[in-house]
Ligand binder design. Structure first.
Ligand SMILES: Cc1cc2nc3c(=O)[nH]c(=O)nc-3n(C[C@H](O)[C@H](O)[C@H](O)COP(=O)(O)OP(=O)(O)OC[C@H]3O[C@@H](n4cnc5c(N)ncnc54)[C@H](O)[C@@H]3O)c2cc1C
Length: 141
């Protein structure tokens, strides 16, 4: 019973879409990042920070999309009132430009970039695991 109740939290793929950091079933209205999520990403500051920066970029793109869509629909409601052919030509150009801009607004999926780990192991010593070329390098100092 406990297992069934917490199934959503135990299986990250049931709870969140990892790609866009959105909660499943919430129709893109709820985002979750950092330690409060149950995803494939480790609960570290490094992941939380990258997810925060990603969401900020995401919201910026979404706002851009909303503004352009509103501008297009504003122009479309004005079209029937245009009488001069020059006005209509200008309208066409404006709408095409906005549609082109709208087409370029893309929300890319989140991509975690591991920058390495550092751990103090006592007696003024530490170990580090750092990305190096296409693999990893472990250091002890
Ligand atoms: C001892 C320890 C050592 C760690 N060392 C490392 C490390 O070396 N490297 C590393 O990458 N990560 C480390 N971590 C993990 C790292 O701290 C977390 O992964 C990171 O802080 C997660 O960020 P977050 O924004 O998701 O959550 P948090 O940093 O926990 O931020 C959540 C914030 O929400 C606030 N909050 C909670 N509930 C509410 C509420 N109801 N209303 C309003 N505000 C609320 C909290 O007060 C808090 O300020 C360590 C964690 C611990 C505990």
């Amino acid at each position: 019973m406990v297992r069934r109740t917490f199934q959503h939290f135990l299986n990250p793929h049931l709870c969140f879409t990892v790609d866009y950091l959105q909660m499943k079933g919430a129709n893109g209205t709820i985002f979750a990042i950092g330690d409060c999520t149950a995803t494939v990403y480790a609960p570290t500051a490094q992941a939380a920070n990258q997810q925060g920066a990603y969401l900020a970029r995401c919201f910026h793109q979404m706002a851009k999309k909303d503004n352009l869509t509103a501008d297009i629909s504003r122009l479309e409601t004005a079209y029937p009132n245009l009488t001069l052919s020059e006005e209509k030509q200008k309208w066409d150009e404006d709408v095409n430009l906005l549609k082109k801009k709208l087409g370029k607004v893309k929300v890319k999926p989140f991509q975690y970039s591991h920058q390495g780990s550092l751990a103090y192991i006592g007696s003024e010593k530490a170990i580090a695991d750092l990305p190096f070329l296409n693999g990893n390098a472990s250091l002890f100092f």
